[in-house]
Design a binder for this molecule. Structure first.
Ligand SMILES: CCCCCCCC/C=C\CCCCCCCCC/C=C/C(=O)SCCNC(=O)CCNC(=O)[C@H](O)C(C)(C)COP(=O)(O)OP(=O)(O)OC[C@H]1O[C@@H](n2cnc3c(N)ncnc32)[C@H](O)[C@@H]1OP(=O)(O)O
Ligand SMILES: Cc1cc2nc3c(=O)[nH]c(=O)nc-3n(C[C@H](O)[C@H](O)[C@H](O)COP(=O)(O)OP(=O)(O)OC[C@H]3O[C@@H](n4cnc5c(N)ncnc54)[C@H](O)[C@@H]3O)c2cc1C
Length: 665
């Protein structure tokens, strides 16, 4: 069959729910849906945002092309008078990482979160109008995860009322900041504050890097790009940079002074806010990364699902059609948990956004009580969702067989752009260790009358959870939300308690923490998975309008939870929460659930409402017309510009002629 159009139309007719209603649930609200829909079509219909040619561009062309798109996007944002939310959407649908991500995503929030009112009034209007372009320069060549280990210094000079920013060693060179390499005029740079020889730890400083006239680096500044990164086009649209300071002077009022101040006399004054607020920008971005995970994963799942319905292999009887690969149970068991994960991450992302807004409001009112919870949740969920998304995109590539390896499938580039999310904004293992510290603290305080709150509230029932044994008797029992929730709570609390008990055997707790780090990471994962499962279940308790929509979400929620249970069966069995028979019943139920998803699979990915432009994949085309378009696309490759390739006459022809001569001899 040459043309897949009929396959997908038939698939869409099979759906047992209203896809338009599901689009609203996915978007968050009708208003959010309309906004996304409008802006994505605007970008898709504008030839200036074309992106199908980028894998064939060399780095310089690719980068220039990125600058052109960023400037054009800014022009359109102004011409159309888009508000902040619309502008953010437009940049995301342009789908090309650029310096603007760091300007809007980190430089501006760093000033908003860590600057005083006066500093905000001075710098934010310039940044909002893009009269200055900023980046977030924290990581150094020698230190990334260990922020306290940064070496760059900011030494106060009381004579001139300035800070002297300096990179004392090679390893103190700033290394990685996006937008720094070629474009940023300013940075929020992190450096150790030194006053009168005393080290006050790491603080943020606004530093001008380049002239606003000719864009040349200012005196004392050495700056450039750090070189090609993984993938071809992918993240190479971004100028991740290197920066060295040679005694660069900035006025005292360019230290971000919301958390602590340096007076004219050189006195260090701490506000009554926790010093961890210096890390606040990372918490903000981690929350955005969690929201973005569902987008990246759903794109890959949309491509793999549509293609799996178009692709046929084996099973033809009497010359009839072969079997659609989506009908193979192995394909379903690999694909449908990823579909369910995309929905699960969508809902947990929405919840985390709420949590972040809540903690921000509290901080403004000097209530710091929920900061540890916000840090643990953003760190843990960033780690969990980005790991699962990066692995999921790669699985989707494999689900598309050989064609998934072509750039025109969109999957190689999606993976290459996405996978650094497991490292940036905190290495995923380092972040899970932060969650583990939070859990160990919670367990250690259990007997003290300090009741655990928020996502650790289940620990208050630790005695009951330590006695728990699942009462599942038949496969359908696993469909009950409380049954699932209790099993996940019992597993998470037992893993944390086991770690705490083992830790208590060490005379030196820090040594114990290092020794037990792998178990602690497992306990942190169990806790984070519980959060995602419980937020999905909570979502289902809300009013969910739309024909058949709630039923589909219930199926996906069960798949997400039971897939995790199946994957981590060892945890559930070894902690004694369930027995082997109950584990088998969960697998049986999972198979039933896959059969229920099958007729709805295409409609469930249509509900993401992605344009073909945004998907950027021939395999994932809405019309399913894969083969003719793949064939057409191949001829566009620059290698096919000429029939005989460059280099043939120089290298291959002499070889062939030599062989011919030898044969004659
Ligand atoms: C960006 C948006 C772009 C928008 C426009 C485009 C549209 C695109 C669409 C979607 C966008 C999605 C987003 C995409 C982003 C792409 C850009 C990526 C750019 C990348 C940037 C970076 O990577 S910046 C550098 C990030 N670096 C790190 O994350 C470093 C990791 N390390 C740390 O965080 C810390 O050092 C660590 C926490 C690991 C340890 O710190 P340390 O001080 O040693 O801590 P410790 O002693 O363990 O703890 C002390 C104490 O403090 C508590 N704590 C630690 N961190 C925090 C925190 N962040 N908040 C609050 N509290 C914290 C910790 O729990 C301890 O508490 P106590 O136990 O003492 O109570
Ligand atoms: C694409 C990209 C964009 C970036 N953009 C920016 C930016 O705009 N601004 C910026 O400032 N930075 C940026 N970064 C830097 C990024 O934040 C760091 O790379 C990240 O925080 C990880 O730190 P690291 O590189 O030092 O890794 P390392 O800490 O050196 O990690 C190496 C290995 O050691 C392990 N490890 C480290 N510490 C521990 C520990 N305590 N216990 C157990 N294992 C440990 C890690 O798990 C990992 O396996 C970017 C990075 C990338 C890849």
């Amino acid at each position: 069959m040459e043309d897949g159009v009929d396959h997908l139309a038939f698939e869409r007719n099979k759906a047992q729910f209203d896809v338009e209603d599901m689009k609203i649930i996915w978007a968050g609200s009708r208003q959010d849906f309309e906004l996304s829909d409008r802006i994505s079509r605007l970008v898709a219909s504008d030839p200036a945002f074309r992106k199908d040619d980028r894998t064939t561009l060399d780095r310089k062309e690719l980068f220039k092309n990125t600058l052109r798109k960023a400037a054009y996007a800014w022009k359109r944002i102004n011409e159309l008078r888009l508000n902040e939310q619309e502008a953010y959407k437009l940049r995301s649908f342009v789908d090309q990482p650029a310096f603007t991500d760091l300007h809007w995503g980190m430089f501006v929030p760093a000033i908003q979160g860590q600057g005083t009112d006066e500093q905000q009034q001075k710098w934010l209007p310039l940044a909002y109008r893009m009269q200055i372009i900023g980046c977030y320069a924290q990581t150094e060549l020698g230190h990334g995860s260990n922020v306290q280990g940064l070496e760059t210094t900011a030494t106060f000079d009381p004579k001139t009322d300035e800070f002297v920013i300096h990179s004392p060693t090679l390893t103190s060179s700033k290394w990685w900041p996006g937008g720094l390499g070629k474009i940023s005029t300013h940075a929020v740079a992190y450096a150790r504050l030194i006053i009168g020889g005393e080290d006050h730890g790491v603080h943020g400083f606004i530093v001008q890097l380049r002239s606003l006239d000719d864009h040349l680096p200012l005196p004392g500044i050495t700056i450039g790009d750090i070189g090609m990164k993984f993938g071809n086009a992918a993240y190479n649209t971004m100028d991740n940079g290197v920066l060295r300071f040679d005694h660069v002077r900035i006025p005292r009022n360019q230290m971000l002074m919301r958390v602590s101040q340096v007076t004219r006399e050189g006195k260090y004054v701490s506000s009554n806010v926790p010093r961890q607020l210096v890390y606040g920008t990372m918490v903000n971005v981690r929350q955005k990364i969690v929201a973005d995970a569902s987008v990246a994963l759903s794109r890959a799942v949309c491509i793999a699902t549509r293609y799996s319905a178009v692709r046929r292999q084996f099973g033809s009887h009497n010359g009839g059609l072969e079997t659609q690969v989506i009908d193979y149970k192995t394909q379903q068991a690999r694909l449908f948990p990823l579909l369910a994960s995309a929905y699960a991450f969508r809902f947990v992302g929405g919840w985390l956004k709420w949590l972040y807004m809540d903690v921000t409001e509290r901080l403004q009112a000097n209530d710091f009580s929920t900061l540890p919870e916000a840090h643990a949740c953003t760190a843990g969920l960033k780690s969990l969702t980005t790991t699962a998304t990066a692995d999921g995109i790669e699985e989707c590539r494999k689900l598309c067989g050989g064609h998934g390896y072509l750039c025109s499938s969109g999957l190689p580039e999606l993976f290459a752009v996405y996978v650094p999310a497991c490292t940036y904004e905190g290495d995923n293992v380092v972040l899970l260790l932060q969650v583990a510290r939070h859990l160990m603290k919670t367990v250690s305080q259990l007997g003290s009358g300090n009741k655990p709150v928020g996502t650790t509230a289940y620990m208050a029932r630790v005695e009951q959870l330590m006695q728990y044994h699942s009462d599942v008797e038949k496969a359908e029992d696993w469909l009950k939300p409380n049954v699932v929730l209790e099993a996940f709570e019992a597993r998470a609390s037992r893993m944390s308690v086991a770690c705490a008990q083992n830790l208590s055997k060490f005379a030196n707790p820090e040594e114990g923490f290092q020794e037990l780090a792998a178990d602690l990471v497992d306990a942190a994962v169990a806790h984070c998975q519980l959060i995602v499962v419980s937020k999905f279940i909570e979502k289902l308790q809300q009013d969910i309008p739309g024909k058949g929509v709630k039923k589909q979400l219930e199926v996906l929620c069960s798949i997400y939870a039971l897939f995790l249970l199946h994957k981590h069966l060892g945890d559930f069995l070894s902690t004694g929460c369930i027995n082997p028979k109950q584990g088998s019943l969960a697998s049986e139920q999972l198979r039933n659930l896959y059969s229920q998803v099958r007729p709805n699979a295409i409609a469930l990915v249509d509900a993401f409402n992605y344009t073909d432009h945004y998907l950027g994949s021939i395999l994932g085309r809405y019309d399913g017309n894969v083969y003719p378009k793949l064939y057409e696309e191949a001829w566009k490759d620059p290698l096919n510009d000429s029939v005989v390739p460059d280099g043939f006459k120089e290298y291959i022809q002499p070889m062939l002629k030599q062989q011919l001569r030898n044969a004659r001899l």
